[in-house]
Ligand binder design. Structure first.
Ligand code: DI6
Ligand code: FE
Length: 400
């Protein structure tokens, strides 16, 4: 399996800002799913040649935070919120995450896959080649396992690389009302060990929030995840400042996500641990939040910022990663260069793939997006105009 791309204007995202500037037309040799040479000279090899005709070639985009697997629909809650009912109130009344839990428990694995495919197709159309998918709408051992298996099964239906995260500590299941600590024990004694043993997820995430789990409960889950060799992620400081981000950093988490309410000490903690700050402007926009993440402070401390869709039925029903790039600029004041880094280099780091994904460079996975645009800022600029020419995943050319 060898492939040569010719006339590719590469936006490599290597070496800081230099990698944001499109190169002169180059040739790219791809062997066994990896980029093995990039050269201005003709590459002499017996391989299939694809003429990119001067199109831009970026790393395949990486959506490093999604809740792609779920059943049900929450358009009714959207209508309630527009009439002034807050998200937290809807959640407290049994709506919110729990309404999706009920629908997801009632769906089979195959149904969950079928329901997720159109959402996944939206992401792929926006140039995505890697997607992180969380559980968190099952909240029993069997239903969490079903969600993680459904997420993995997406790879059998589309050319895409799926990374799975266990989010059993997403919400308190109805059968545990008033017994949150007991549920956390169940997560730690039963769900995490089983998921680790079956290798159904590589990370564990917790919704650390007043409507989720408190700091002590979050720490209990992080400790258990570490003991089972799993990596750590956090939904932290989304609706209030509880200190979940600093806790995630203390456990060398891969990323702390949302972080609208993060303060300077929290930013420092991220900087010290090398944890990625993942910004989720879709949820900020859809909840009509006003507290913005501390972008200037994150820049000051050089914390890598990733950007993701957070696609989910309650707070971010958006299957387009380039739309998030646009929102990252308009709502959070990121530059188009920062947003592209956020869905490539930094998103790769947020998944633990900094050495193999997110750059067009020799030795990296051949996961690429080929675009009908002249400048990478266009990715953050236009919305809804088809620009993707093709994707390449592990060296396989996909015209989808
Ligand atoms: N934060 C969010 O925005 C989503 N989960 C989370 O922890 C919301 C998920 C939902 O409302 O279904
Ligand atoms: Fe989320």
């Amino acid at each position: 399996m060898e492939l040569i791309l010719t006339n590719a204007r590469i936006v490599s995202m290597q070496n800081g800002s230099a990698g944001y500037q499109p190169s002169e037309p180059m040739n790219v040799l791809i062997q066994n799913g990896q980029i093995t040479a990039i050269s201005a000279k003709v590459i002499d090899a017996d391989a299939q040649r694809i003429d990119c005709s001067g199109k831009l070639v970026t790393p395949g985009l990486i959506d490093c935070h999604t809740h792609l697997i779920y059943a049900g629909n929450r358009a009714n809650e959207f209508e309630m919120r527009l009439q002034g009912v807050p998200y937290q109130t809807i959640a407290a009344q049994g709506g919110g995450i729990i309404s999706t839990v009920k629908a997801t428990r009632g769906a089979s694995l195959d149904e969950l896959v079928e329901l997720a495919l159109p959402r996944l197709d939206g992401l792929l159309k926006s140039g995505v080649t890697s997607v992180e998918v969380k559980s968190g709408y099952g909240l029993t051992l069997n239903d969490e396992v079903k969600m993680l298996r459904a997420a993995k099964a997406l790879e059998n239906h589309r050319r895409v690389k799926i990374t799975t995260t266990l989010l059993a500590a997403h919400a308190l299941p109805p059968e545990y009302i008033g017994r949150a600590d007991d549920y956390i024990e169940h997560v730690c004694q039963t769900i995490i060990p089983q998921v680790a043993e079956e290798k159904l997820a590589t990370s564990v995430d917790v919704f650390c929030e007043s409507v989720g789990f408190n700091l002590a409960q979050t720490e209990r889950v992080f400790q258990c995840a570490k003991e089972h060799g799993l990596q750590i992620k956090g939904h932290t400081e989304q609706l209030s400042n509880l200190g979940g981000t600093a806790l995630t950093a203390r456990y060398q988490g891969l990323s702390a996500d949302h972080i609208e309410y993060l303060d300077e000490d929290g930013v420092k903690a991220l900087a010290e641990s090398g944890t990625v700050a993942t910004l989720l402007p879709g949820a900020f926009y859809f909840l009509r939040e006003t507290q913005k993440p501390p972008v200037a402070t994150l820049r000051e401390y050089q914390v890598p910022m990733a950007l993701a869709t957070d696609i989910n039925p309650g707070t971010s029903p958006f299957a387009d990663l380039t739309l998030m790039m646009n929102m990252g600029c308009t709502l959070f004041g990121l530059t188009p260069e920062e947003t592209l880094r956020g869905v490539t280099v930094h998103a790769a780091k947020a998944l633990g793939f900094a050495e193999t994904r997110g750059q067009v460079a020799t030795g990296f996975d051949a996961d690429l997006a080929i675009w009908n645009i002249d400048h990478p800022a266009d990715l953050s600029y236009q919305v809804g105009v088809p620009r993707l020419h093709a994707r390449i995943v592990d060296g396989a050319f996909c015209h989808d």
